[in-house]
Structure formats: structure tokens, C-alpha cells
Design a protein around this ligand. Structure first.
Ligand SMILES: *[C@@H]1O[C@H](CO)[C@@H](O)[C@H](O)[C@H]1NC(C)=O
Ligand SMILES: *[C@@H]1O[C@H](CO)[C@@H](O)[C@H](O)[C@H]1NC(C)=O
Ligand SMILES: *[C@@H]1O[C@H](CO)[C@@H](O)[C@H](O)[C@H]1NC(C)=O
Ligand SMILES: *[C@@H]1O[C@H](CO)[C@@H](O)[C@H](O)[C@H]1NC(C)=O
Ligand SMILES: *[C@@H]1O[C@H](CO)[C@@H](O)[C@H](O)[C@H]1NC(C)=O
Ligand SMILES: *[C@@H]1O[C@H](CO)[C@@H](O)[C@H](O)[C@H]1NC(C)=O
Ligand SMILES: *[C@@H]1O[C@H](CO)[C@@H](O)[C@H](O)[C@H]1NC(C)=O
Ligand SMILES: *[C@@H]1O[C@H](CO)[C@@H](O)[C@H](O)[C@H]1NC(C)=O
Ligand SMILES: *[C@@H]1O[C@H](CO)[C@@H](O)[C@H](O)[C@H]1NC(C)=O
Length: 745
């Protein structure tokens, strides 16, 4: 019965009460039309929280997914209809809550994290499919069709939102803690009780074609999701403390993969903390922990799944772990998990467990970081030893005096060693200059993480110094400083690559990158890679920056290796394929593009490298054709539509085409994806990233007027705000940036 076809697309997934996605390949009959749910009284109930005098004990749930999908050339007809019933037993009274439900609500339940119960699930599914569970069901006949009834073992006591089930024709491999790769879900991965679901590309990789970054992504994702399995033992009492679980897992996923031999721990600064700084400086930011009564509605809950919750959460926990030592921190965590498993917590329960391990006052140290919005900038005047702090934006904060470590050598002063504190540091100009001189004299004296963080801080609080701090990169081969600078330079390129400022930026980057390119060249030509993981990242940086800024050796290398590839010998290491294919197609012709397109269609794994590279052509007509392909699910899978258009929009040639295309097909795309889907917002966000002119602002405002259904109201508002900010920023900075880069040449 459990015979599967390996990896086909036929499957259904229901994830808790939040999302459901399903595709069924060979529909025996059309699905029933969804029945409208019963009329629910309009107007807000007095409170959206559930009454606390009814506590669910166990659920009995029957679900029958009627899955159906017909994919035609230009249209996917999918059905997400479920029928079923559920009975809840409420710590004697049994109430039947039964109704056919629509896609969003798999079954009625007490869906607050604190209201936990055991679940008895029965799934009624099509023959030839497998309901992921540990039982094989009995065949039965319903309305003249054959169905299978699979009954699951009783679950442990758990919150309803963690419940997941899947119906698919995949073979399943393991019997407990299952992991499954799904072709068409839009979130990268989702943790649920009993098994973890991932996007296909997240879990499947092939040794021959996978880069070490693919392996890392898979390992990180698994580590991430498995940690969620652990913290889900101890869910927060209410969503206002979501940051504790999400932040902890984000932090742990950097420590977890280190055990696998990757030097990734320091990258938390690049990937999480620098982004958290960015978001937490906006007016729209929020404190990590809000009061319970501020988080009541569905959209208030959904809004909490944001950068602050994940990244700032991780940043402050890393700060705390460093402050009380990592060993003590981990001991406290163990106690906490042990003490509260199958129970609910508020974040202060964790503080109490940590407090047992340290003499420092955990609560006093953490309270301002958790309860207040934003973060401080510490200003240090080295001549007088005076320090002061203020919030990076607007409001005044009292708050804890942060711990300043200080390294004192050659008379300069460096604070916040390794960026462990969640704050930025500004100095008097003299100290900045001394740091700059030290970087040029011998950058190794400054700790690696700080070489990156100085660049990031300077751009945000002392812009004139930023440009000088990038000078030393000509001699620096490390990834963290380079990536910190490139993130910012990429933004400058985005703002200026359509103007005369671009020429000098390109020349400067070409000059800075040449040595780094040569540093890795022997590996590149050799189909080998450096040993250190971060060096492998930097090898890719060297190639993509060198080629995209016109370093002749790089372009020649890419063309020649691609020619070999076309001729049947692929001499490109998987790590470098994305960058080299892209460079070759950017400088190549129609035939190169056609070849890559054929390869893309032929490939079964690691297709993303080619899909990305296809967006690198500078031929407008090829880009337009590629955009058309995104609407055809037989050519570009639905789950890849948004990211493919995003790749095209990132290129200067593709940007206006992608914008016109998205505007022209907006209603079709929303219909296919469903209004309000997160990915639609990201599509609009991506195609307007470069917007920085008055004309573009007017176009957006016109879209806003015409969006009478409010399909993208919130994103439109945000991108309009960003465009206004970009216009202002470009006006104020264009001349400065231009003169600086010209002066450096
Ligand atoms: C989708 O499929 C159903 C069932 O076959 C059919 O009734 C409906 O008309 C189709 N919708 C579209 C837009 O093709
Ligand atoms: C799909 O293509 C058919 C035939 O080309 C056309 O009649 C139909 O309107 C198209 N549907 C959509 C949703 O674009
Ligand atoms: C729920 O559905 C199952 C399967 O269709 C059925 O056997 C059971 O009687 C139903 N229970 C209730 C309370 O309707
Ligand atoms: C910042 O947000 C507050 C409300 O949280 C609002 O009143 C204020 O106008 C906003 N300021 C700016 C500059 O947007
Ligand atoms: C849950 O935690 C609370 C507070 O520490 C405690 O009083 C209660 O006994 C715990 N419940 C269980 C089931 O462990
Ligand atoms: C800073 O981080 C590095 C690893 O990048 C580590 O070796 C060093 O001990 C850390 N320094 C301090 C003062 O914690
Ligand atoms: C690069 O290193 C050389 C040799 O150590 C040094 O002379 C030069 O000043 C450095 N250049 C920059 C811009 O840091
Ligand atoms: C790789 O490069 C090294 C030196 O850079 C050379 O000795 C070696 O032969 C090369 N290996 C291959 C497989 O080309
Ligand atoms: C492809 O390989 C063959 C055989 O090695 C060679 O004769 C031919 O010149 C190559 N073509 C190109 C375009 O490199």
C-alpha cells in the first residue's frame, strides 16, 4: 500500500489551522464545491481570547481532503476542499463541533498555544496516496469511490497550531520524527509535531551538483526545525512571547551547525544582527515582548512573525549568553526545558532558570532590551573618556549601561569586541581615523567581526568614515568584512546603477576586488575550493563582484568554462556554478541562453543555479521571454514564480521589464497565489527596490489609487514610503558618493 513513486508532485499538506496547500495529480472526480461556512455574527466579540474556563482535553478529528489540481498551459485549477468533523472533549462535557471547513481552517479547535490537548486523528484519503502516519488504513467506499481510512496514534499533549498532516504519494522512509520535502509550499520550512515539512529544495540535494552552501542550507534548516521540535515542548503561554522561541532557535541554529565543522558561528552578526539593526531603527519597529492584551487579533499575531522576533530575539540572547558565559546559559536552558516541558511559559520563567546559573542579575540586564523598542548608539569621546548613549532613532531610552570591552593598542580604542552587545558605537573623529589607519597598516590587529561591524556602524552613523574603511579591503581576504561592505555597496549600486555615479563605483570595486579574485583564482581554474567555509563564500564574492564590475580575467574565465560546459565538460565546481553561469550568460549570446534554458528543463536537481543565471542576460527580448515563461507552470513551477521575477528585477536591465510585467499581470498573479499571500508582497517589494525617482513614485501612487480591492494595500504603502526615502537619500548623497568614488581612482 505504501508504494510511492519517489518524488512526484501529488500531495496534500495541512498545517495546523494556519495554512493548507494541496495538489492532487489524477483526480478521480472533480472536488465538491466548497460549502460556505455558516454565517458568523459580524462585529468584534467582546474579546478575541478564548474563555479560560473551558479547557480542551482531547480531540477526535476526521478529515477528508478532496484534492484536485489540473495544470493547463496558463492556468492551475486547484481545490483545497476538506470535509470532516471534530469532536472536542472539554479537563466531562463533550461538544460536537462539526462543519465542512474551508482551506484556512482545517477543523474547529481551541487554537491558543496554551490550550493543549491530545489528538486522535483519522484521515480519509485516496487510494495510492499515503497519509503520513504510522498506520496503514482500511479501504472503504464513499459515494461510489474508493477511499482509505487511516487512523493515527494518539498524539502527545500539544497545542493545536502544531498539528500537521500530509497526504501524498511519496514513499516514506522513517517512522518517527519524519522529515518530508514538499514541492509547492511557500514558506521555506515549518515545524510541526511529529514531522517537519520543508520545501523540496530545502531537503533534497545531490552530491554531484550541490554546492557546499546547499549542504549548509539543508543542515541549517534541519538544525533549525529540529530545535523547534525541542522548544515546542515548551510553548509560550501567549503569542506575545513568540520572540523567545523564535529567537532562541535562530541563535541555536548557528551553534548547532558548528558541530558539523562549519565556521558559521560568527556569521550570525552578518546575517541576523546587522539586519536586526536595520529593522529596529525604523519607526515601525516594536519591543520584543509586548503585553498580552496588545496581541489579540489574527493579523496582530501574524505581524509578530517578523525580523524583530527572529533576529533581534537571537541578538539579545547571544548578548545574554556572552554576558553570563555560554556554558552557564546552556545549563540554564537545559533546566528550563526539563522543568517546563509540556507546560507553558512566559519569558521570565527562562530568566529564573538562567538566574540559578549566574551571579549577574539576568532580569535587570535583559529587561530594557526586551521591553523597549530600538537600540542605543554609544558615543565614546576618547580624549575625555566620556561616553553617552541615545537611541538610534527618535525616542529617548534610559536603559542598562552596556558592558564595554576595550582593547587599547597604538592609542586607538575599540568598543563592543565581537559585536556581542546589541548596540552601535560611534567615536570622535580622531579615533575613527586611528582605526582607519590601523586597518591599512595591519588589519589583523582588529578582530574579524569588528572589521565587518565597524564598516556597518560607520555607514549608519559616520558615513564619511565608511568610505575610508572600505579601503583596506584591498588587502583583506576575509568574508565578514567583505560581505559587510558589499551589502552596503550593493545598495549604493541599486540606487546609482542607472546614473553617472555608476562608472566610478564600478572602477573602484574592480580595483578593490582584483587581489581577492587572484587570491582564489588557482582554485577557480582548478575546480577546487578552499577548505574554510567562509573562504568558499568569499571565493564566490570574488567571482561575482569581479565579473559584474568588468574585470577582464574574470569574464574570460567564465566564458571559457561555460564554453567547455556547452561542449560537454563541466569543469565548474558546484559552489561556483551560480556565479559563473550568470557571468557567462551576461556576456554571452542567444545560444548560450538557449543552452542554459535547455539544461534547466533537463535538470532534476540543483535547478536554481540555472534559473538564476537565466536572469543575467542583458538582452531585453530574452528577459521578456523569460518573464512570460514564469506564467507557465509547465516551464517555471508555481513556487518559483516570485523568486524568478525577483531575480530579473534585481538586474538593471530587467527592472523596468519586471515592473511592467507585474503591473500587467497583477490580477492573474493574485488569482493564482491568493490575495494577501506573503509572497505577493515580496514580489511587489522586489520589483520596486530600485525606485528612487519622482516618476516612479507617481507610478506607484497611481497603482495605489487603482488598487480598489486593496489587494496589496500594505505593501504599496511601504514601498511608497521607501521610494520617498530613496528619492530624498539620492538627492542628498549623490554628489558626495560620486566625488568620493572619483577621488579614490
Ligand atoms: C476548475 O475545475 C472544476 C472542476 O473540474 C470546474 O468545475 C471549474 O470550472 C474549473 N475552473 C476553471 C477556472 O477552469
Ligand atoms: C488560457 O489560454 C486559453 C487559450 O489560449 C485562453 O482562452 C484563456 O483565456 C487563458 N486563460 C487565462 C486564465 O489566461
Ligand atoms: C465524523 O465522520 C466520520 C467519517 O465520515 C463518521 O464515521 C463519524 O460518524 C462522524 N462523526 C460525527 C460526530 O459526525
Ligand atoms: C512613528 O510612529 C508613531 C506611532 O507609533 C507615529 O505617531 C509617528 O507619526 C511616526 N513617526 C514617523 C516619522 O513616521
Ligand atoms: C506548569 O508550570 C507551573 C508554574 O511553574 C506549575 O505550577 C505547574 O505545576 C506546571 N504544570 C505541569 C503540568 O508541569
Ligand atoms: C571574538 O571572536 C573570535 C572568533 O571570531 C574568538 O576567537 C575570540 O575569542 C572572541 N573574542 C572575545 C573577546 O570574545
Ligand atoms: C595593503 O597592504 C600593503 C602591504 O602591507 C600596505 O602597504 C598598503 O598600505 C595596504 N593598503 C591598504 C589600502 O590598506
Ligand atoms: C591545482 O592547482 C595547483 C597549484 O595551483 C596545481 O599544482 C594542481 O596541479 C592543480 N590541480 C589540478 C587538478 O589542476
Ligand atoms: C568541443 O570539443 C571538441 C572535441 O574535444 C573540439 O574539437 C571542439 O573544438 C570543441 N568545440 C568548442 C566550441 O570548444
Amino acid at each position: 500500500m505504501a508504494k510511492g513513486t519517489g518524488m512526484s508532485k501529488a500531495l496534500a499538506v495541512g498545517i495546523g489551522v494556519l495554512t493548507v496547500s494541496s495538489v492532487y495529480k489524477y483526480p478521480p472526480v472533480s472536488p465538491p464545491t466548497p460549502t460556505k461556512p455558516p454565517v458568523i455574527p459580524t462585529g468584534l466579540p467582546p474579546t478575541l481570547r478564548l474563555p479560560d474556563n473551558l479547557i480542551p482535553e482531547s480531540y477526535k478529528v476526521y478529515l477528508q481532503p478532496h484534492l484536485y489540481a489540473a495544470i493547463t498551459n496558463n492556468y492551475t485549477n486547484q481545490s483545497f476542499v476538506f470535509t470532516g468533523n471534530s469532536t472536542v472533549r472539554v479537563k466531562f462535557l463533550a461538544t460536537s463541533l462539526l462543519q465542512p471547513t474551508d482551506a484556512r481552517k482545517v477543523f474547529p479547535c481551541f487554537d491558543e498555544p496554551a490550550l493543549k490537548a491530545v489528538f486522535h486523528i483519522t484521515i480519509i484519503h485516496r487510494p495510492g496516496t499515503v497519509a503520513l502516519s504510522n498506520e496503514i488504513g482500511d479501504t472503504t467506499e464513499i459515494d461510489g469511490e474508493e477511499w482509505i481510512v487511516t487512523t493515527f496514534a494518539e498524539t502527545p499533549i500539544m497545542s493545536a497550531y502544531l498539528l500537521a498532516f500530509t497526504v501524498s504519494d511519496f514513499m516514506y522512509k522513517s517512522k518517527s520524527s519524519d522529515q518530508i520535502a514538499l514541492p509547492d509550499i511557500s514558506a521555506g520550512a515549518m515545524e510541526n509535531w511529529g514531522f517537519v515539512s520543508y520545501q523540496e529544495s530545502g531537503l533534497l540535494y545531490d552530491k554531484e551538483t550541490a554546492s557546499t552552501f546547499d549542504q549548509e542550507r539543508v543542515a541549517t534548516m534541519i538544525s533549525h526545525e529540529l530545535w523547534f521540535q525541542v522548544v515546542n515542548l515548551v510553548p509560550m503561554r501567549w503569542w506575545n512571547d513568540l520572540w523567545l522561541n523564535k529567537g532562541f532557535v535562530t541563535y541555536m541554529s548557528y551553534i548547532g551547525v558548528e558541530a558539523a565543522g562549519w565556521d558559521l558561528r560568527d556569521l550570525i552578526v552578518l546575517r541576523e544582527i546587522q539586519t536586526a539593526f536595520l529593522v529596529d531603527s525604523l519607526n515601525s519597529s516594536h519591543p520584543l515582548s509586548l503585553q498580552e492584551n496588545y496581541i489579540q487579533t489574527f493579523s496582530e499575531i501574524i505581524d509578530l512573525f517578523d525580523e524583530i522576533t527572529y533576529r533581534k530575539g537571537a541578538a539579545v540572547l547571544r548578548m545574554l549568553a556572552t554576558f553570563m558565559t555560554e556554558d552557564a546559559f546552556m545549563k540554564g536552558i537545559k533546566t528550563y526545558l526539563y522543568k517546563f516541558h509540556y507546560n507553558n511559559t512566559v519569558y521570565k520563567d527562562l530568566w529564573n532558570c538562567l538566574q540559578e546559573e549566574t551571579k549577574e542579575d539576568v532580569e535587570a540586564f535583559m529587561s530594557t532590551w526586551i521591553e523597549q523598542v530600538g537600540y542605543p548608539v554609544i558615543t565614546i569621546i576618547t580624549q575625555t573618556g566620556e561616553t553617552s548613549q541615545e537611541q538610534f532613532l527618535l525616542k529617548q531610552t534610559g536603559g542598562h549601561e552596556p558592558h564595554i570591552e576595550i582593547q587599547d593598542k597604538d592609542e586607538w580604542l575599540l568598543a563592543n569586541v565581537n559585536g556581542t552587545g546589541f548596540f552601535r558605537v560611534n567615536y570622535d573623529e580622531e579615533n575613527w581615523n586611528k582605526l582607519h589607519m590601523q586597518l591599512e597598516r595591519n588589519h589583523h590587529v582588529i578582530p574579524l567581526i569588528n572589521r565587518g561591524q565597524l564598516i556597518d556602524d560607520a555607514f549608519n552613523i559616520a558615513r564619511n568614515i565608511f568610505f575610508q574603511l572600505t579601503n583596506h579591503l584591498i588587502n583583506d581576504t576575509e568574508y565578514i568584512p567583505w560581505k559587510s561592505a558589499l551589502k552596503i555597496l550593493d545598495h549604493l549600486i541599486l540606487m546609482f546603477d542607472r546614473s553617472e555615479v555608476y562608472g566610478p563605483i564600478m572602477k573602484y570595486l574592480r580595483k578593490q576586488i582584483t587581489q581577492l579574485y587572484k587570491h582564489f583564482e588557482k582554485y577557480t581554474l582548478n575546480r577546487t575550493i578552499p577548505e574554510k567555509h567562509t573562504d568558499q563564500y568569499n571565493q564566490v564574492n570574488a567571482i561575482s563582484v569581479a565579473c559584474s564590475n568588468g574585470l577582464p580575467e574574470c569574464i574570460e574565465m567564465a566564458k571559457s568554462l561555460f564554453k567547455d560546459y556547452r561542449n560537454g565538460t563541466d569543469n565548474i565546481h558546484p559552489n561556483l556554478r551560480r556565479a559563473i553561469y550568470c557571468s557567462a550568460i551576461a556576456s554571452g549570446d542567444e545560444y548560450d541562453w538557449e543552452f542554459a534554458w535547455k539544461e534547466y528543463q533537463r535538470a532534476t536537481v540543483a535547478k536554481d543555479k540555472l534559473r538564476y543565471a537565466l536572469s543575467c542576460t542583458k538582452e531585453i527580448w530574452l528577459l521578456n521571454r523569460y518573464l512570460q515563461y514564469t506564467l507557465n507552470p509547465a516551464k517555471i513551477r508555481k513556487m518559483d514564480l516570485v523568486s524568478t521575477i525577483n531575480c530579473i528585477a534585481k538586474k538593471v536591465a530587467g527592472q523596468p521589464l519586471a515592473w511592467d510585467f507585474v503591473r500587467g499581470h497583477w490580477s492573474f498573479i493574485t488569482q493564482e497565489y491568493g490575495a494577501g499571500a506573503i509572497s505577493l508582497g515580496s514580489l511587489l517589494d522586489a520589483v520596486t527596490k530600485r525606485f528612487s525617482t519622482d516618476v516612479e513614485l507617481e507610478e506607484l501612487q497611481r497603482e495605489q489609487e487603482e488598487d480598489d480591492q486593496g489587494l496589496a494595500a500594505r505593501t504599496l504603502e511601504q514601498v511608497i514610503e521607501r521610494t520617498e526615502a530613496n528619492i530624498k537619500w539620492v538627492k542628498e548623497n549623490k554628489q558626495i558618493v560620486k566625488e568620493w568614488f572619483m577621488g579614490e581612482l
